[in-house]
Write a protein that binds this ligand. Structure first.
Ligand code: 5GP
Ligand code: ZN
Length: 112
């Protein structure tokens, strides 16, 4: 499958991994928008938030648990933001669901 995030999972494309288990991987975003910016993705190729269902939602719950663990390990005790861009209007550019974890600076609202 021609998916860059599946290729990152399979280590066909190099990236800086922060975490891996049987369900998810986390790696640094190549174009960071904050001092700390990494992505958590399921190993299963789920396209977007619109493809979450009863069979795979436990993986998404796991993503959030790992986000908390990695935020702590990366010095984000004072807070962080988790972002999922869904499909075209949401600004999704890679069609393998991913959760941005951003921190190390004051995040702004509205996000634009
Ligand atoms: P989206 O805009 O779909 O929510 O986010 C996609 C993110 O993936 C962007 O922040 C972009 O910088 C990141 N990204 C795209 N290609 C690569 C890559 O090959 N390696 C890494 N580490 N990040 C990537
Ligand atoms: Zn994929």
């Amino acid at each position: 499958m021609d998916c860059i995030f599946c290729k990152i999972i399979n280590k066909e494309i190099p990236s800086v991994f922060l975490y891996e288990d049987d369900m998810v991987v986390a790696f640094k975003d190549i174009n960071p928008q904050a001092p700390v910016h990494f992505l958590i993705i399921p190993k299963e190729h789920i396209e977007s938030n619109d493809d979450i269902n009863d069979e795979n939602s436990h993986i998404i719950a796991h993503v959030f648990k790992i986000a908390k663990k990695l935020a702590k390990e990366n010095g984000l005790e004072s807070g962080y933001r988790i972002v999922n861009n869904c499909k075209e209007d949401g600004g999704q550019t890679v069609n393998h669901i991913h959760f941005h974890v951003l921190g190390g600076r004051q995040m702004l609202w509205p996000p634009g």
